[in-house]
Write a protein that binds this ligand. Structure first.
Ligand SMILES: [Zn+2]
Length: 193
């Protein structure tokens, strides 16, 4: 399968490429930093590259001391929340922050708060290519959000990494995205017009 990029209608979306989700971080995905060798060169082929940033206040509802599943991570303004130094940020033109309401979890960058689907469609974008972290949480939920928002979605399976808190989470997330209509492809399937 090969997919030709149309710079006017296609966007690349990089989910949460942040220190906390990479090896050495508090919520590290195994081999998470391998995504950058795929995403950095790929980003140069797109006219519009969007990245999301998990951006929690210190008292966020997803943290364990409030009964949530996670240790404190991606706290606003901390190094942990910064984009990885391995990410080439020169191609990124839009950053969408999410999950900054203390009382609300927000795994998706595509919802009624960000209105990102509408914003992209207003710019003429029809297809979004997804990479980033983590396959089983924010990539999955953002993909579903984008599909619900009326966008055509391609998931780059060699440019995402999973947390796998429970064995099999990664496979279930991939299967579910596919069932919802996302196309799973490899970065090598993408060709320039
Ligand atoms: Zn988070």
């Amino acid at each position: 399968m090969s997919v030709k990029i149309n710079p006017e209608k296609d966007a690349l979306f990089i989910t949460d490429p942040q220190n906390c989700f990479l090896p050495g971080g508090v919520l590290a995905t195994p081999k998470g930093d391998e995504i950058f060798k795929v995403l950095n060169p790929l980003a140069k082929k797109f006219k519009l590259v969007v990245a999301s940033q998990d951006w929690h206040p210190p008292n966020h509802i997803s943290f364990k001391d409030r009964g949530g599943p996670w240790p404190p991570h991606c706290i606003q303004g901390k190094e942990d929340a910064e984009f990885s130094p391995k990410l080439d940020q020169s191609n990124i033109s839009l950053v969408v922050r999410k999950a900054f309401n203390p009382d609300e979890e927000e795994y998706t960058a595509f919802d009624e708060h960000t209105r990102l689907s509408n914003m992209l469609k207003a710019r003429g974008i029809e297809r979004v290519f997804f990479g980033g972290i983590a396959t089983d949480y924010c990539v999955h939920d953002s993909v579903i959000g984008a599909l619900k928002g009326g966008l055509d979605v391609y998931v780059l399976t060699d440019a995402i990494k999973a947390i796998n808190a429970k064995p099999g989470d990664e496979e279930r997330a991939l299967e579910d995205m596919k069932e919802h209509g996302a196309k799973l492809i490899m970065s090598k399937d993408i060709v320039e017009k």
